[in-house]
Design a protein around this ligand. Structure first.
Ligand code: UDP
Length: 363
């Protein structure tokens, strides 16, 4: 039986890799999971929500570490695990330091690996930073490329990746959503919203830190002041740099700040909210599945197909955020247009397509 080793270390990677485990087993593969621990608490919560216990934990999260520290630890940690475990193929996800370090370790050890969520590009090496570099650098080393959309495949083709190695799969984030919905869900944000329109807010990207993030948060407060019938819930990212920007959100009667939620809780809030304001990558894919409009708090997105489809709008500055949000809150037509546009990000069968493509690789 062929063995597939999945290597990841952050919350979003866990959410998008866990759905692969049952799909790979159904296709007749043995699976092993190695985690770097790049996000310690948030990773553990996600693993627990999906009922996954890693086979190997590199425990690499250290106080105050830089992207270079994370990268070095992922490289050496994965190299040691590959030597011990000898999987027939590895899978890495997306564009984190864990993904790049693990991909490089596979390449150096001649272990074939598949890149899940391959081909996302903004075209700007500094945005998102350093993820755009990491994902571009993974591509020439990967054996198989699992592109979530046709646009992601086209990006890879432009970089000289052979069409034979690329499969368009949809995004595994959508597969995860079917695993986390609960009918009997309750949450303080829902009860405190008390019939008002719930807006979910998250921000964490490195390139937004400092003044840009503070200005966007103060625009969110302005939005709450202008619209009495909205209630805003923001589970704050644990990064101290993010928390240092959050002062404009404190002390408002209709803005609730919370700790990061596990995916099960967060996905259930997502399916019940009215609007999403975020700089997150994964949320841009997930929210349209539930027909929730997303204002992307960034200047650029690598999910441009969502902008073209009409499910995402860029709102990376105070003025554009206030303008776009006011439009969606005041115009039923504008809201309906975004909420009913067709999402390009997948149909919940991405994991199965990936498992089948791996099977074809050996036949
Ligand atoms: N998410 C979560 N809890 C939260 C906020 C987000 O579980 O409090 C989930 C969200 O549904 C998505 C993923 O985390 O699946 C996105 O993670 P993040 O925004 O940290 O990273 P990105 O997607 O930008 O890489």
């Amino acid at each position: 039986m062929k063995e597939i080793g999945l290597i990841f270390g952050t919350r979003p990677e866990a959410i998008k890799m866990c759905p692969l485990l049952p799909a790979l087993r159904e296709e007749g593969f043995a699976t092993r999971v190695a985690v770097s621990g790049q996000h310690r608490d948030m990773l553990d919560e996600a693993l627990s929500d999906f009922g996954v216990t890693p086979d190997e934990d590199m425990h690499m999260m250290k106080e105050g570490q830089s992207p270079s520290d994370v990268l070095a630890a992922a490289l050496t940690g994965t190299a040691a695990w590959l030597k011990k475990r000898k999987p027939d193929m590895a899978l890495v996800h997306g564009d984190t330091a864990t993904a790049y370090g693990a991909a490089l370790a596979c390449f150096l050890a001649h272990v074939p690996f598949g890149h899940v969520e391959a081909g996302l590009r903004t075209g700007d090496l500094l945005s998102p930073f350093p993820e755009e570099l990491f994902r571009r650098a993974i591509a020439p080393m990967a054996t198989l490329h699992f592109a979530p959309t046709a646009q992601a495949r086209d990006n890879l083709l432009r970089e000289g990746i052979s069409a034979a190695c690329i499969t368009i799969t949809g995004n595994t984030a959508i597969d995860a959503l079917a695993m986390t919905q609960r009918e009997d869900f309750t949450h303080p944000a829902l009860s405190q919203a008390a019939g008002r329109r719930l807006i979910l807010l998250t921000m964490h990207r490195r390139e937004s830190l400092g003044t840009p993030m503070q200005e966007l948060f103060s625009a969110v407060r302005e939005l709450a002041n202008r619209h009495e019938d909205v209630y805003i819930y923001c589970p704050l990212h644990p990064s101290p740099a993010v928390r240092a920007c959050a002062a404009p959100l404190t002390g408002h009667p209709r803005i609730l700040l919370g700790e990061p939620e596990g995916p099960l809780v967060f996905h259930n809030l997502l399916s019940r909210c009215y609007l999403v304001l975020t700089d997150s990558g994964g949320l841009q894919e997930e929210a349209p599945y539930f027909h929730k409009p997303v204002l992307v708090l960034r200047e650029k997105t690598e999910r441009q197909e969502g902008v073209v489809a009409g499910v995402l709008r860029l709102a990376g500055h105070r003025d554009s955020l206030l303008r776009e949000a006011t439009c969606l809150l005041c115009s039923e037509d504008a809201y309906r247009q975004m909420a009913t546009a067709k999402s390009p990000f997948g149909d919940g069968k991405a994991s199965r397509r990936i498992a089948q493509a791996i099977r074809r690789y050996w036949h």
